[in-house]
Design a protein around this ligand. Structure first.
Ligand SMILES: O=C(O)CCC(=O)C(=O)O
Ligand SMILES: [Fe+2]
Length: 201
């Protein structure tokens, strides 16, 4: 398996090195699509709400958490109990760990049903994730654009396409200095599921 830094050539002069590692073919094409279909059918998907300027709105995607049994997690000052690991998700976690030599105790699944689904600008920089969280992000299904923007200088912006079966490792200072998002698209997009393996302390 080849491993390469995303922002080679000119771009790596601007984008700090060591913040991202991208494996375009962590899963083969067919395995990615099989995983997509299995997860669409078997995961207890939920659509949560968020409050924007005193208005309660539905999150524009479906989500599910899985994690180590027997403990609940605290994230963004909310307590939640994850679903227990399934064999499939545990074996994916172990493959990611074997490749990256990192360790994870939970996974957040995001299901983007079509181009209307999205995640807004944010960083995963919660106290519970630690100062320099390593997050492993596995994507299956429809390729979607993933954008980064420097928190202080919004003109410093990068985009990359996260394809079916790809694995993106986000590490170091990335969450501290950069926001990321999956923008909506007016194109007619097929479903995509993203799995972010994390450690919650
Ligand atoms: O779907 C993606 O690739 C990103 C998801 C994400 O940023 C998150 O769950 O925090
Ligand atoms: Fe994120």
């Amino acid at each position: 398996m080849t491993q390469f830094s995303l922002f080679d050539d000119n771009e790596h002069l601007i984008f700090p090195e060591g913040l991202l590692t991208y494996y375009p073919h962590f899963l083969e094409e067919a395995e990615g699509i099989a995983l997509l279909n299995e997860l669409i059918d078997t995961v207890p998907w939920k659509q949560s709400t968020l409050t924007i300027q005193d208005k309660v709105v539905l999150t524009p995607r479906l989500t599910a958490w899985y994690g180590d049994a027997g403990r609940s997690y605290r994230l963004s000052d909310k307590d939640f109990t994850p679903n227990p690991w399934t064999e499939r998700l545990l074996s994916l976690k172990e493959r990611v760990e074997a490749l990256t030599h990192l360790h994870f105790n939970c996974v957040l699944l995001n299901y983007y049903r079509d181009g209307n689904d999205s995640v807004a600008w944010h960083s995963d920089h919660e106290r519970e994730l630690g100062q320099h969280p390593n997050i492993a992000s596995l994507s299956v299904g429809q390729a979607r654009t993933f954008e980064f923007r420097n928190k202080k200088d919004h003109k410093r912006k990068y985009a990359l396409t996260l394809g079916n079966g790809s694995l993106l490792i986000m590490k170091g200072d990335l969450q501290q200095f950069w926001d990321h998002r999956i923008p909506k698209s007016t194109r007619n997009l097929r479903p995509r599921i993203n799995l972010t393996f994390r450690i919650i302390h």
